[in-house]
Ligand binder design. Structure first.
Ligand SMILES: [Fe+2]
Ligand SMILES: [Fe+2]
Length: 190
């Protein structure tokens, strides 16, 4: 997989450019660090981090088409086009780039919403996206700190952050995000 790193870098550069390309590099770097910290597969983490937003600049019609290669896309995701790039990217890396590792595909598919029972690699990508170097949002330092102390704590903070934002804006909430939140919540006995 790592021998395809240069190929993937070129694809990302052509598909995203500018700040989104920088974001991809930063998420890849953060994912690598987290993988080292927790003993996840470092190469898989780097590649997933690099590729996670691969469809982000693609027209919605194209994103929709790739997303619908999955038969289990929740209604809430179909209704919110900002969420399409995650499952669309997962289908793209599987069907176009030929990545056949189910865990990598799943890590990309759920990088925005999270889900219950995330594997370590899925958590690494979910959190790497929150803490990538260029991110500046209130509370980012808290997530960065938690990310290297206990990744589940970071998942708790990250999902809570997403849920609060959605509630504040009167937006629909994806069940997968609630499931991810509940699972880590239970762990910390809140
Ligand atoms: Fe994304
Ligand atoms: Fe991202």
């Amino acid at each position: 997989m790592i021998n395809r790193k240069d190929e993937f870098l070129e694809i990302m550069k052509s598909k995203l450019q500018g700040r989104r390309f920088i974001h991809s590099l930063n998420v890849a770097a953060a994912a690598k660090k987290l993988a080292k910290r927790y003993g996840a597969d470092v190469e898989k983490a780097y590649i997933c981090g690099l590729l996670h937003d691969i469809m982000k600049n693609s027209p919605y019609a194209e994103q929709y088409e790739y997303m619908m290669q999955f038969s289990d896309i929740p209604e809430v995701v179909i209704e919110i086009n900002k969420l399409w790039h995650a499952p669309a990217g997962a289908a793209f890396v599987r069907d176009v780039l030929g990545i056949d590792d189910p865990e990598m595909i799943s890590a990309i598919k759920y990088h925005t919403t999270g889900k219950a029972n995330m594997t370590l690699l899925e958590k690494v990508i979910y959190i790497a996206d929150f803490i990538s170097e260029e991110r500046e949002y209130p509370g980012v330092d808290e997530v960065r700190k938690a990310a290297f102390e206990d990744i589940d704590k970071a998942v708790l903070i990250g999902t809570r952050f997403t849920l609060e934002e959605l509630l504040d804006q009167n937006r629909e909430i994806n069940q997968d995000t609630i499931d991810a939140y509940n699972e880590v919540c239970r762990k910390f006995n809140y």
